[in-house]
Design a protein around this ligand. Structure first.
Ligand code: A2P
Length: 329
């Protein structure tokens, strides 16, 4: 496979390279792509050096697949141009996610929707991915009525500039700001821009994308998304109300069986998922599994994943793996 990674010099792009190598994706030729600024820069992949090219140069090389993580503008402009030369694009930006003609895919949840017609495939929002992987087996068994989610999101989700803001603040250095406020020793209840309804764009993504990926608009979702001074992963408190009642041991068994999910839930030994432990891992970790005692048929969970891995790079590579398995690449 001739594989282009568009945004190869960025946080998610470099994670994509790591994941492609770690999962032994059959890359015969790697094409690292970034902006004109990075042209010629050397990128290492599996012990070999590759020179960064521009999107136009990459299109001329007609890659089989292109993993995009270079912002929505770049995706809107270039994904159709790559698709036009026969490249299958897997796009990590939000540009195509809610387009009814594009599939929004988390392989463990709705990999079956992929077909030969899909030339631009959208990779969902990081917070949404880790939640739906956990919701899927529970919805199949008990039918979800409503989800109330609050997130605790890592600065890595904002990109290189945000990680630098946190480390600069910690070192007492006055630097460039990715956030409107100090993030170290603080919590910012705003991710992305505010919408007219008072929710942020991130919160609305979690609502709409969950319905689209689960293929069920009857699931009601409400979200509060929050940035915290953490590197390593996103955490979520998820409250789920079902139509049918559940047995808590059955819930645990369903989650243990779910591909891509690791249950870490042993309060007696203080075991629960934390971003420090999820960092660099491909799985979604779930713990604090307990009944919501304030309401019947309702469950509380704590869900953690590395947002650069399952929340972005890993999921994108898994989409490519699914296409390969189905003979679509
Ligand atoms: P560059 O390093 O040349 O700016 P992050 O979100 O971590 O900051 O990464 C963004 C990624 O998207 C980088 O690899 C960046 O490349 C790339 N990028 C930004 N704008 C463009 C563009 N117009 N064409 C191609 N790649 C782009």
């Amino acid at each position: 496979m001739k594989v282009a990674v568009v945004g190869a010099t960025g946080l998610v792009g470099s994670e994509m390279l790591t994941v492609l190598a770690a999962r032994n994706f059959p890359v015969t030729e790697l094409i690292p792509v970034a902006s004109e600024r990075s042209k010629g820069k050397e990128i290492e992949f599996k012990g070999k050096q590759y020179k960064v090219v521009t999107p136009d140069e990459a299109i001329a090389l007609k890659p089989d697949v292109a993993l995009f993580s270079a912002g929505g503008g770049t995706s809107l402009e270039y994904a159709p141009k790559f698709a036009a030369v026969g490249t299958t694009v897997i796009d990590n930006s939000s540009a195509w996610r809610m387009d009814p003609s594009k599939q929004l895919v988390v392989p463990e949840v709705n990999g079956h929707v992929l077909s030969a017609a899909d030339k631009i495939i959208a990779n969902p929002n990081c917070s949404t991915i880790q939640m739906v992987v956990v919701l899927k087996p529970l919805h199949e068994q008990y039918t979800i009525k409503r989800v109330v989610v609050s997130t605790y999101q890592s600065v890595t989700g904002t990109g290189v500039k945000a990680v630098k803001q946190l480390t600069d603040e910690r070192a007492g250095i006055e630097g460039e700001k990715a956030y409107p406020y100090q993030i170290d020793l603080n919590v910012i209840p705003q991710i992305d821009v505010f919408q007219e309804n008072g929710y942020t764009k991130e919160e609305m993504k979690m609502i709409k994308e969950t319905n689209k990926i689960m293929g069920d608009d009857s699931i009601r979702v409400t979200a509060t998304t929050v940035r915290i001074p953490v590197i390593g992963g996103h955490s979520e408190s998820v409250n789920i109300e079902f139509t049918n009642d559940f047995d808590i041991d059955d819930v645990r068994a369903l989650l243990v069986k779910q591909p891509g999910v690791v249950v870490v839930d042993d309060p007696a030994h203080l075991k629960y998922p934390m971003p420090k432990d999820a960092h660099g891992k491909d799985e979604v970790f779930v713990g604090r599994i307990r009944r919501d005692e304030s309401q019947p048929k309702t469950l509380n969970l704590w869900v953690v994943a590395d947002n650069l891995r399952k929340g972005a790079a890993t999921n994108a590579v898994q989409i490519a793996e699914t296409l390969l398995e189905k003979g679509l690449l």
